[in-house]
Design a protein around this ligand. Structure first.
Ligand code: UGA
Length: 441
């Protein structure tokens, strides 16, 4: 099939490249001509394992093309995937301006082409509040375009760092649609990846939109739940890793997304949980659990920082240099959006002598973010960040940190390690005379 993808961000690029890999021809549009120009040269603007190679291969064989002309992109096919951003406003309300602009342009384009016999199908992949598709269907009707265009919800569930794998081996593909032709288009498109298991779920648009929000809210709630238990664990001397295994072995609970730490970040959880809370309020329902999830996450960094403030008084802290490992919101990405590690550095910088950061992938983004902080420097290796530091703080669970040779910690003047992701072996460190402070351990 020929497909048009609107928006070359995370979701759009992965969708375009993966559908090309499944044998389709794709035209990807983005409003930023700078982004389009670099994508034409197969330069992917963010780090996602395997994506640059896949884009390069598909651009080279002509299956994947980029354009900053929306008209060209719309002319290319009759199937439109909307993958534009839905940033949040202050109230938590998702900003649908980009979606509005994209859908309005499609309406106008189709109005001009009214004689075309082929029905156009719009699939909204961007995360939008429940009711969004319904409201656009109303507009379609009022403009008498409902026989010419279908609009469906088709949320994306990929995770940064494993996006291609998540797209190609999905747990499920959700289609929120009332249009049989649109459902058939999606069924055909996903045949190569869903032929072994029938994981195409056809639901109403409202259910589909709510599935996306609730999935993220539930995962975030698991994290906030374990972080809350970690506080109790700290207070009574239990170990949260043991608790995670103990409760996670019950398959109704399962151990995934029960890793305690300094809290969740990223471009999705914080925005989507606030977005869901907004939707509840709009419907006059108090979102008790959703709000608690948010509140626990916001308190988590302070809970962790208090461990540092308990060891170092305000006056002493001013004389101390800390090595900080990790700034990305999670491993294997250069994304620092809503990263708790970034917040930690911004919060600690005025209180300490120096922060020496080591960040394997997101260094450039973190450097830009901290460019105004004069006592923040970036080290080129793990040992050089430790050398001359008094203590270490771990913010991201990057692979290279887990099995680090513990000998390098002898360079820490105060022997203190604050492990914000609970990744180091507490017992080995304690045996070596290092003071280890995890979360809930
Ligand atoms: C999340 C969801 O996991 C995806 O299913 C969803 O499609 C995506 O949002 C989206 O809406 O687009 P992502 O933002 O890539 O994916 O990141 P996650 O792997 O979910 O991690 C989010 C945050 O939670 C990270 O800061 C991570 O460190 C933290 N986390 C995760 C924990 O603190 N503990 C855990 O046990 C797991």
């Amino acid at each position: 099939m020929n497909l048009s993808v609107l928006g070359c961000g995370y979701v759009g690029l992965v969708t375009g490249a993966c559908f090309a890999d499944l044998g389709n021809n794709i035209s990807c549009y983005d409003i930023s001509s700078k982004r389009v120009n670099s994508l034409k040269k197969s330069v992917v603007p963010f780090h996602e394992p395997g994506l640059d190679n896949l884009v390069a291969e598909k651009v080279e064989n002509g299956q994947l093309a980029f354009t900053s002309s929306l008209k060209n992109c719309l002319e290319f096919s009759d199937v439109y995937f909307i993958c534009v951003g839905t940033p949040q406003k202050h109230s938590g309300k998702p900003n649908l301006d980009f979606i509005d602009a994209a859908i309005t342009s499609i309406f106008e384009y189709v109005t001009e082409q009214k004689n075309s016999a082929v029905k156009k199908h719009i699939f909204i992949k961007s995360t939008v509040p429940p009711g969004t598709v319904k409201s656009y269907l109303k507009k379609l009707k009022s403009r008498k375009l409902d026989k010419l265009i279908s609009i469906s919800s088709n949320p994306e569930f990929l995770k940064e760092g494993s996006a291609i794998q998540d797209f190609m081996k999905p747990d499920r593909v959700v289609v929120g649609s009332n249009d049989a032709d649109a459902i058939e288009v999606l069924r055909l498109l996903h045949r190569p990846i869903l032929w072994k298991s029938d994981r195409l779920m056809i639901v109403s648009p409202e259910s589909s939109e709510t599935i996306k929000y609730s999935a993220n809210a539930f995962l975030a709630m698991k994290i906030s739940f374990i972080n809350e238990i970690a506080k109790l664990s700290d207070a009574i001397g239990a170990d949260i890793n043991e608790i995670r295994k103990g409760i996670g072995s019950d398959e109704r609970i399962n151990p995934n997304f029960l890793y305690s730490g300094i809290g969740y970040g990223g471009s999705c959880f914080p925005k989507d949980i606030r977005g869901l809370s907004y939707v509840f309020k709009k419907n006059n329902i108090t979102p008790h659990l959703v709000n608690a999830t948010l509140n626990v996450n916001e308190e988590q960094l302070e809970h962790f920082l208090n461990k540092i403030f308990t060891i170092y008084s305000k006056k002493v802290l001013k004389t101390k240099t800390f090595a900080v490992w990790g700034q990305a919101f999670k491993p294997n990405t250069d994304d620092i959006r809503e990263s708790v590690g970034i917040k930690l550095v911004q919060r600690l910088s005025p209180l300490v002598k120096e922060l020496k950061i080591f960040e394997p992938i997101a260094k450039k983004n973190a450097q830009n973010e901290h460019s105004e902080l004069s006592n923040v420097t970036f080290s080129s290796s793990l040992p050089s960040s430790i050398k001359g530091s008094d203590a270490l703080i771990i913010c991201t669970e990057c692979r290279e940190f887990w099995n680090i040779d513990t000998n390098i910690f002898t360079m820490l003047n105060d022997n203190n390690i604050f492990d914000g992701r609970n990744i180091l072996d507490k017992n080995i460190l304690l045996d070596e005379g290092i003071h280890y402070f995890g979360v809930g351990r």
